[in-house]
Every structure is written in structure tokens, then in C-alpha cells.
Design a protein around this ligand. Structure first.
Ligand code: GLP
Length: 242
């Protein structure tokens, strides 16, 4: 694993955006695996800035998002569909046909997840997968205990995730209990992984993920077995790892 130290959140955002930008420049029709959460927001802002300056062109880029809440319509501001358009896609020249997200309103979980896996394969797999990490070690919505050999599937969110994500909702009861997520197997098949971690509250889980055993109890620990992981993290998140 390559560790890139960032001084602070802005520095993290620029460094990670540089890696994504290099990918887009080197392979114009690359497949980007994209993530939600607070951590990537600065990265998307930086990429939009470079796009506006004419340094980046997303015409042929394909995007595939990691996960989506079950039961939220696309126009719900808390859906990841809304988040990705509002935060990123609406501000760049990506072709709408190249944007792929799970349909959280599809009640047929088996059909929806198989459709997604097939779509990933048809696009030739993911070149660069952007990942954040949950406080409980989740990647995407693969919660502790998730089997490592799963592709896209439906999950029940843990109390820790519901608690952490309630800040985006009016009240805790509004947080969906189910989500569709690419599985660990799908994530591990990405050719390159870019993990971004920010803040003191992630230091403990980051240490467990990279210095502890590889175990489904800490889903991100599987990344120890991937041959191309770049971690970009700020000092606060990194201090227990080094
Ligand atoms: C959500 C997403 C994850 C993300 C996590 C951490 O649960 N499903 O993909 O990594 O939040 O988000 P944050 O960056 O806000 O800490």
C-alpha cells in the first residue's frame, strides 16, 4: 500500500483529486468507481474546478457508484443518486448514459443487484475505485461480518452506521435500514483503489484496518490483500498508523 500524507482536508482533497485526474487523463474512457460521504466532497469540488479550467474532460468517462439506500426516490436529497448529481455530475460534462447508480426504489433486490454486476462486467470492470471508510470499518455499505466473496447485494445497516449517517436526515428514524451495495468481491476486483480518510475519529478504525488481522469484522481490512491501494489521509487520521 502506498500512503500519501496530507496536511489537512484541503490538501487531502487536492492530492486525491490529482490521482483521479491522472487516471482520466491517461485513459479518457476509464471506469471510475465513485463514493459518497463527507470525505469525497472536497475531491469532487477540486475536480469540478479543474474541469472548469479546461484541464479535465469527462466526455468518455464511465462512473459506477458504490451503493444506495433502499427506498429513497432519486429526488430525495438524502439519496446517493441526488448527492452525486448535486455534488459532482451536474457540474461536469459526463455523459448521463455513462452514469451508473443502483436503483434504491427497485423492490426486487435480486434483480437489481444482478443487473448491477452485469453492468460492471459489461463496462470491463473498474479502473479506479474511490473509497471512504465508515467508523465501523465498512467500505461501501459492507458492514462488519459481510462475507468477502459477495458481489452486489442488499444489506441491513448497523446501528453505528445509522447513528453516523443520521446527520444527513431530519431524524434518526428517517435513515433507511436497508441499502444496496457493491460487495467486497466487486470492490477487490477494481484494478486500483484510492482510499481517503480524514480526521481523528477515523484514526482507530484505520489502524485496525491496516495493522490488525484481515477479518470480515473489519471489512476494510481486506484491502491489505489488494495489490494497488493508495491511501490518502490527513495527519489526524494517520497518527496511530505510523
Ligand atoms: C457512508 C457510505 C460510505 C462512506 C461512509 C463514510 O456510509 N456508504 O461509502 O465511506 O459513509 O462517510 P464519511 O466520509 O462521511 O465519513
Amino acid at each position: 500500500m502506498k500512503i500519501i500524507h496530507a496536511k489537512n482536508y484541503n490538501d487531502l482533497s487536492r492530492k486525491a483529486a490529482n490521482i483521479i485526474s491522472a487516471q482520466v487523463i491517461m485513459k479518457q474512457n476509464c471506469v471510475l468507481g465513485l463514493a459518497t460521504g463527507s470525505t469525497p466532497v472536497g475531491i469532487y469540488r477540486q475536480l469540478i474546478d479543474w474541469y472548469n479550467k479546461g484541464d479535465l474532460d469527462f466526455t468518455n468517462v464511465v462512473s459506477i457508484n458504490l451503493d444506495e439506500y433502499v427506498g429513497l426516490p432519486v429526488n430525495s436529497p438524502q439519496s446517493y443518486h441526488y448527492f452525486m448529481h448535486d455534488t459532482f455530475f451536474n457540474h461536469i460534462n459526463i455523459n448521463p448514459e455513462n452514469i451508473h447508480l443502483l436503483d434504491g426504489m427497485n423492490p426486487d433486490a435480486v434483480y437489481e443487484c444482478r443487473r448491477y454486476d452485469q453492468m460492471i462486467n459489461e463496462n470491463g470492470g473498474i479502473d479506479l475505485q474511490l473509497l471512504g471508510i465508515g467508523l465501523d470499518g465498512h467500505i461501501g455499505f459492507n458492514e462488519p461480518g459481510a462475507a468477502f466473496d459477495l458481489e452486489t447485494h442488499c444489506v441491513r445497516l448497523t446501528e453505528s452506521t445509522i447513528e453516523a449517517n443520521k446527520r444527513f436526515f431530519k431524524k434518526q428514524e428517517d435513515v433507511p435500514r436497508l441499502a444496496y451495495t457493491m460487495g467486497i468481491k466487486s470492490i477487490m476486483q477494481a484494478r486500483k483503489i484510492l482510499l481517503v480518510v480524514n480526521g481523528e475519529n477515523k484514526a482507530d478504525i484505520l489502524r485496525k484496518a491496516f495493522l490488525g488481522p484481515v477479518t470480515p469484522e473489519v471489512p476494510a481490512s481486506i484491502l491489505q490483500l489488494h495489490n494497488s491501494v493508495t491511501l490518502v489521509a490527513d495527519e489526524a487520521a494517520l497518527h496511530t498508523l505510523l
